[in-house]
Design a protein around this ligand. Structure first.
Ligand SMILES: [Zn+2]
Length: 114
């Protein structure tokens, strides 16, 4: 059993971390990706008013660029959402089968490792 005090401390630490961890925010780009991708951004590629791909720098630090298809007629397919502060969420989780094998969720701009 953890005491009330301990559970309060854990909540406090999570809250403090939330203040310093920069959330992933959505940036919609027309045409192609910028040459250098910023961290903490989920780039949404748009073509002819269609959002077709989400891209981000791998959060593990390996610097790979992850590309997630958003088109419903291609597999695998992800859905992205953003809130009023443009914080990004992706569904389902991102799981790299090659390289660093990162597996994480992106929820409200936060990386949640699996
Ligand atoms: Zn990685």
């Amino acid at each position: 059993m953890i005491s009330m005090w301990q559970s309060w401390c854990i909540k406090f630490i999570v809250w403090i971390q939330g203040l310093f961890v920069k959330p992933y925010r959505v940036e919609i780009v027309d045409g192609s990706l910028p040459r250098i991708l910023k961290k903490h951004k989920l780039y949404i590629l748009k073509e002819d008013s269609e959002l077709w791909q989400a891209s981000m720098v791998c959060p593990c630090g390996c610097a790979e660029i992850l590309e997630m298809n958003l088109l419903p007629d291609e597999r695998p397919q992800w859905e992205f959402t953003m809130d009023e502060e443009r914080r990004a969420s992706l569904h389902p989780s991102v799981w790299r089968q090659i390289g660093c094998r990162s597996h994480f969720f992106l929820k409200k701009g936060k990386i949640i490792w699996v």
